[in-house]
Design a protein around this ligand. Structure first.
Ligand code: MN
Ligand code: MG
Length: 683
């Protein structure tokens, strides 16, 4: 018996007899249609196995977002518990355990965007002339294939295709199209719609077996919304489930012994819908998929992240009985899916599997990869150290969801100034100009350290990148007063409904990310949390009678529904998505290609010095005797005056390291700089 067999037996939680997972391709001749594949397992007599089984290890990285070294470019802290360099050590270990031939490594997308290394160094005009550092690292590690995430499209198609040409591994994606056909298999896709990887694997008798591994890649069709200005006249998209349903039988017909789907898509707990962003559950139910690698939502599988979601079985590592893995984000885990395959005399099939996640924190960074990245790393340090201006007080995001936030005012000021310059002397210059933005780092999925916390003193480019961490571009929208009110109602869904007069009710709905909390600068308004959320997270109107936004005013006067305004915002928001309406469809008056981060850097440089005074924009409506709890970063303790200003009480740290605060909602109206109408509480 080869020594590797006992290892594999330990790895396989599900011995051949106990497996109930593989009905979906049992008895599937390659020429059969999908309908022929759904024969239930009980009606298929077991076929005698021929030859020895073999073991195939599939490794996954996903949503690495440019985190190569265990380094935080915003704070200049090293030894962070993430990064591809740590995963490289785990990958080498995983390969040596099973033999490199029986090990495949895939990436699920969102690899080219996310840190100053990718968003500054690797972009044009930043003095970097070498290969893209992420591609260089992936080439060095040696991937078998990858697919694209939505963020790959953030820098435009031409840049993307030039960058992907540096990869020494194939990339695939079947649902981004340069020409849409009558059916998915008649589409012309931007990248190859699928891959067939012919591999020589060693079976448990030490014999070489030739297997053909079919790989399909999928990206959320929302890329056309999120990167509308860069993609709208260049590519089309198709629904991920529709595409996979059409292509998987093609892979089988082309001789695939195993079909692996790389879906840059997470698990939506709700019912299936067309053009779903997080379609992993629907994909897992399609026949003919042997392994599903998921991503995009930055969650982990198997883990407790998806407890209670139908079909997600973290114990078995299956999603609707399909073996599945999803390796978190920023290289915090390596996904490892071990498959046992047996030949039944006709074809190979999966007869056992084990799905697990290996934490990056358990490995040291690979020294060779660190050496390879050294020049790009130091280039990035030089770029991000450039002093842009001075901040007269600390800038932190610990309370961005609780109070008027100086960071949002700074970003809104920058957007306002830029759009005002663009519209100056034009016909729209007479309309009131507002600006909307949301906080990006508010803990949540990112953990208790996922906040911005910049000390007073020099503001460097790394701080600007921390204040605005996405390559979004500036847009201008023409909207009505009614649309403004509706926009704010959608932003206000991040809060739970509160029972007036009760203590310590959780303020934030954990299902809604902090980056949905748009604050529209230039207005003033109150948020009434005795009301239910008007919309759900997908933008469906769930409480038509509810109105959380009260006393909406511009320049001290109530906002009329038919009044017109210009709003500076970013490309993602202008085109809708999540709870937000696609206001750009009718109201887009400007769409630029300049990143808001650069606009912010210009603004700070022009000002020279930044204060931290936020203009009064929003507040919670009075709910006498009501207190709420909020989980924020423990770093807030270094800003005791901010805690005191809210009359908040420090309740200590949670199990996961968040700082829990109790704070009162106002008993009465705060005093504002502008007049408050008597009709304040009217809907
Ligand atoms: Mn991502
Ligand atoms: Mg993504």
């Amino acid at each position: 018996m080869p020594p590797s067999l006992s290892l594999w037996q330990n790895l396989c939680l599900y011995p051949v007899q106990a497996v109930s997972i593989s009905w979906y391709h049992r008895g599937c001749a390659r020429s059969q249609s999908v309908d022929d594949l759904t024969e239930p397992v009980a009606q298929t007599p077991p076929l005698p196995a021929r030859g020895a089984p073999l073991h195939l290890r599939i490794l996954q990285t996903t949503d690495v977002h440019g985190h190569l070294l265990p380094f935080d470019y915003y704070t200049n802290q090293s030894d962070r518990p993430w990064g591809l360099a740590r995963l490289a050590t785990l990958i080498r270990r995983a390969r040596s355990e099973v033999g490199a031939a029986n090990c495949l490594l895939f990436d699920n997308g969102d690899f080219l965007q996310g840190t100053p290394l990718t968003d500054l160094t690797a972009q044009p005009d930043h003095g970097w002339t070498e290969a893209h550092p992420v591609i260089a690292a992936m080439n060095d590690i040696g991937y078998d294939a990858g697919t694209l995430g939505n963020h790959e499209f953030n820098f435009g198609l031409d840049w993307l295709m030039e960058t992907l040409a540096q990869a020494r591994f194939p990339l695939t994606c079947c649902n981004v199209l340069t020409r849409r056909g009558a059916t998915p298999t008649e589409d012309t896709s931007l990248l190859p719609p699928y891959l067939l990887l012919d591999r020589q694997l060693e079976d448990t008798d030490g014999q070489t077996q030739r297997l053909r591994i079919g790989v399909l890649g999928l990206v959320p069709p929302q890329i056309l919304t999120w990167d509308h200005a860069r993609l709208s006249d260049r590519v089309e998209v198709r629904d991920m489930v529709e595409s996979a349903r059409a292509w998987v039988p093609v892979l089988h017909a082309a001789g695939a012994d195993l079909v692996v789907v790389l879906a840059h898509s997470g698990l939506d707990p709700g019912p299936d819908r067309p053009m779903m962003e997080n379609a992993a559950r629907a994909l897992a139910r399609l026949p003919g998929i042997d392994a599903l690698l998921a991503g995009h939502s930055h969650k982990s599988f198997p883990s407790t992240d998806h407890q209670g979601i139908a079909g997600a079985d973290a114990t078995r590592g299956t999603l609707h009985d399909t073996p599945c893995v999803m390796a978190g984000f920023r290289g915090d885990h390596l996904g490892q899916l071990d498959l046992t395959m047996s030949h039944d005399g006709t074809k190979w099939r999966v007869t056992g599997h084990q799905s697990r996640l290996l934490p990056a924190s358990s490995a040291q960074p690979c020294p060779a990869l660190c050496t390879l990245l050294d020049i790009a790393h130091h280039h990035t340090l030089t770029l991000t150290a450039r002093e842009i201006g001075q901040s007269l007080s600390p800038l932190h995001s610990y309370l961005s969801l609780v109070r008027d936030d100086p960071i949002l005012h700074l970003v809104n000021d920058a957007q306002h100034r830029a759009l005002a310059g663009i519209l100056a002397n034009g016909p729209l210059a007479q309309l009131p100009l507002l600006s909307a933005c949301a906080p990006f780092k508010t803990g949540g999925r990112g953990g208790p350290l996922h906040f911005t916390d910049i000390p007073e003193g020099p503001l460097r480019l790394r701080h600007i990148a921390d204040l605005y961490g996405f390559p979004n571009t500036l847009c201008g929208l023409l909207v009505t007063g009614a649309e403004l009110r509706d926009w704010l109602e959608r932003a206000a869904i991040c809060f739970n409904r509160l029972a007036p007069g009760l203590p310590d009710q959780p303020l934030l709905d954990p299902a809604v990310p902090g980056h949905d909390f748009d604050v529209i600068d230039g207005l003033s308004y109150a948020i009434d949390l005795s009301q239910p959320a008007r919309y759900d997270i997908s933008g469906a109107l769930i409480h038509p009678e509810a109105q959380r936004i009260r006393d909406l005013r511009h320049a001290g006067k109530p906002v009329r529904d038919d009044a017109h305004f210009i709003v500076a915002t970013n490309s993602y928001r202008a085109h809708g998505g999540g709870p937000f309406a696609p206001l750009a469809a009718n109201g887009l008056i400007y769409s630029g290609t300049r990143p808001v981060r650069d606009i912010l850097a210009d603004h700070v440089a022009a000002l020279g010095q930044i204060g931290a005074a936020a203009r009064p924009t929003w507040r919670f409506a009075p709910l006498p005797g009501t207190t709420v709890t909020v989980e924020t970063g423990p770093g807030l303790r270094a800003h005791p005056a901010d805690i005191a200003a809210l009359n908040a009480i420090d309740l200590g740290l949670t199990d996961t390291g968040f700082l829990r605060l109790s704070l009162p909602l106002p008993d009465a109206l705060p005093t504002l700089a502008h007049p408050v109408a008597a009709a304040y509480m009217d809907p």
